[in-house]
Design a protein around this ligand. Structure first.
Ligand SMILES: Cc1cc2nc3c(=O)[nH]c(=O)nc-3n(C[C@H](O)[C@H](O)[C@H](O)COP(=O)(O)OP(=O)(O)OC[C@H]3O[C@@H](n4cnc5c(N)ncnc54)[C@H](O)[C@@H]3O)c2cc1C
Length: 597
């Protein structure tokens, strides 16, 4: 049975020592989040994940979801009760506004909790995760009445949410979307069409399911400019808030898929279902983007979550499995062989995963803090800079953390040898579950194009210049600090490569867009490595400071510093390779005629 322990200590180090969350006490909700309160909340959350969610991970994978003849869907045994425990604990509303029944705490805490939940049970975590995304869309684009009807019930966890974009012929290219909406004459619309791959589209966990659906109003322009967003509840809601009759939306079938078996991936049929416009007519993509951006960050968290849980299990196995002897002589001579953790190649694998995990977690906490600042600060300049950060980091977090999350799940599986391929050990499930995060919420190639094609040039490059300045200033300020020697120099070199790559695009991609397309994925990864390198440099600085304070943390901080140095020596050099690939341009990639493939 796989193990999982939520990394509460590591998160507390990030919040208190690296990012000094207390500095933000002027933001709404932050003053209540004192270190003691935060630690108590996260410890409680960790308990829920370790004791209730994690034990259902493998059974949920084996059992999967079942569509019954009446179209209802039964989730795996125990999921409903676990979800109820999550809702009863107030976790859905942790960082939701108090006026809708939430606790108003920083959304940074919710991001942390998402990691714990997803590591423990990715499939189960998706039900509340999607609901939180739908709440965010209502809060920004819903009418006062819609907020009043839907948000409190969703915050309470009594109703869940979904996002309905994909259709059989239209995934990435939403301009092809066919689902139509015809005005009923009473302010509502009749929504008809087929949506596929809808996560949590139908299930038995909540009283009602609130679908957010993209559709085209009759007569609207073709392409993305004619798409609107609708709320289509499974059960219509009466004026007094009670549930009314069943709406014309049903689950036609469940997809049979590679992983996340405990999450119901549904074909949803809309047959004149009653829906109401959310946001402005023909501006549906804009409204849906609120949910999509939330979901993209949450999917990045999923990437880390699978890497973390796979790492924890690989470490346990590597300490236990006896094979061969250390290259420098037996380390456990009383045993028939040494545990495989003595072998350099095994340690290389473990440290590659761990040094990613800790940096990715830091990147997520930093980004989540920026999200809080962007949404809660009263200082316009501060809000703008945080918003720039979010725009730039969203594709990086989504694309890089999920690509590497999957890669790391495979690496961790590899340490189990043949046993990693056998289902009982659970490693195969982490690999299968991690795979989807690279695909949904915009496949990773699309994230890379979003970064290069949209985010770099936005507002005259303000966001990327802000990032360069921040990392560059850190390097300058700490260049003379001997304790950071192994961190600052490689970071500075990586930053230089990123700046050269950015400049190369500016000079070579305007006239020849294929140069941007061919280099986009390398650029996204180059960016990710530099951003994580920056996180390591900041963590190293904080670790030295913490060590100097004493308090018996020396061993933990030494391990942190060693992990960081591994990242700097073994992962940062990748930036040079990425730059070389980018600056080779698109010529070879595009030279072969289609028929020759
Ligand atoms: C398990 C699961 C759950 C899902 N949950 C949801 C959900 O809840 N709601 C929802 O609406 N959808 C959901 N999806 C759909 C998912 O978001 C889409 O599958 C995804 O966005 C890709 O669309 P597609 O499958 O049509 O691939 P396509 O758009 O056909 O893309 C195929 C490939 O071509 C590449 N490509 C396409 N266009 C370009 C381009 N312009 N430049 C470069 N490369 C390009 C893509 O990167 C991809 O690798 C889910 C899918 C799965 C499998």
């Amino acid at each position: 049975m796989p193990v999982y322990k939520a990394p509460v200590e590591d998160v507390m180090f990030l919040l208190n020592d690296v990012f000094s969350i207390e500095r933000h006490n002027n933001l709404p909700g932050f003053a209540d989040a004192t270190p003691d309160v935060v630690e108590a909340i996260l410890t409680e959350g960790a308990k829920l994940c370790e004791e209730i969610f994690a034990p259902l991970n493998r059974s949920g994978d084996l059992e999967g979801c079942t569509r019954n003849p009446d179209g209802s869907v039964t989730t795996p045994k125990g999921f409903k009760e676990a979800y109820e425990a999550y809702a009863a604990g107030g976790w859905m509303g942790l960082s939701m506004p108090e006026e809708y029944g939430g606790q108003g705490l920083p959304s940074t805490l919710n991001t942390v909790m998402q990691e714990f939940v997803s590591s423990a049970n990715l499939s189960l975590g998706m039900y509340p995760g999607l609901t939180q995304g739908a709440i965010a869309a209502f809060l920004v684009h819903g009418t006062e009445q819609q907020k009043k009807i839907y948000v409190p019930k969703m915050v309470e966890g009594a109703w869940t949410g979904t996002m309905n974009l994909t259709e059989p012929h239209c995934g990435t290219d939403l301009g092809l979307l066919k689902t139509k909406a015809v005005p009923n004459g009473d302010g509502s619309y009749a929504v008809s069409g087929t949506k596929i791959f809808i996560s949590a589209g139908e299930h038995d966990m909540a009283e009602n399911i609130v679908h957010l659906v993209l559709a085209r109003i009759e007569g609207a322009p073709a392409g993305t400019k004619g798409i609107s967003l609708f709320v289509v509840p499974k059960f219509l809601v009466n004026e007094d808030g009670s549930l009314g009759e069943r709406n014309g939306v049903a689950c036609g079938s469940l997809e049979h898929k590679m992983g996340i078996h405990g999450n119901a991936t549904c074909v949803m049929n809309y047959d004149g279902a009653k829906g109401w416009l959310v946001g402005e007519e023909n501006r549906g993509l804009n409204a849906m983007f609120v949910m999509m951006n939330e979901a993209r960050l949450a999917v990045g968290v999923q990437g880390l979550s699978q890497s973390e849980v796979a790492y924890q299990n690989a470490v346990a196995y590597a300490k236990d499995r006896l094979q061969g002897r250390s290259l420098t002589g037996a380390k456990f001579p009383d045993k028939p062989a040494d545990p495989i953790i003595v072998h350099p190649d095994v340690r290389r694998t473990l440290l590659s995963i761990r040094s990613f995990n800790e940096a990715a977690r830091a990147l997520l906490v930093w980004t989540a803090l920026n999200s809080d600042i962007a949404h809660r600060s009263s200082d316009e300049a501060e809000r703008q800079s945080a918003d720039d950060h979010m725009g730039l980091m969203t594709p990086v977090v989504k694309g890089v953390l999920t690509d590497l999350g999957f890669e790391n799940a495979v690496k961790a599986q590899q340490l189990f040898g043949g046993h990693g391929y056998i289902e009982e050990w659970g490693m195969s499930q982490f690999v299968r579950d991690a795979r989807i995060a690279m695909i949904y919420e915009g496949a990773n190639g699309i994230q890379a194009m979003d970064l290069v094609g949209r985010k770099l040039g936005k507002d005259g490059g303000r966001a990327i210049m802000g990032f360069f300045n921040e990392v560059g200033s850190f390097c300058q300020e700490n260049a003379a600090d001997d304790t950071l020697k192994g961190f600052v120099a490689p970071l500075q070199q990586g930053l230089g490569h990123l700046q050269q790559a950015t400049m190369w695009f500016m000079q070579n991609a305007m006239a020849k867009p294929d140069n941007a397309g061919a280099g986009a994925t390398d650029y996204m990864h180059l960016f990710g490595i530099v951003a994580m390198g920056y996180m390591w440099a900041r963590m190293a600085k904080a670790a030295h400071a913490k060590k100097a304070q004493g308090n018996g943390v020396a061993e933990r901080m030494d391990a942190k510093l060693l992990t960081g140095r591994f990242f700097m020596e073994r992962m940062m050099p990748e930036t040079g390779m990425r730059l070389a690939r980018i600056s080779s341009g698109a010529d070879i990639t595009m030279a072969m005629p289609v028929e020759a493939f």
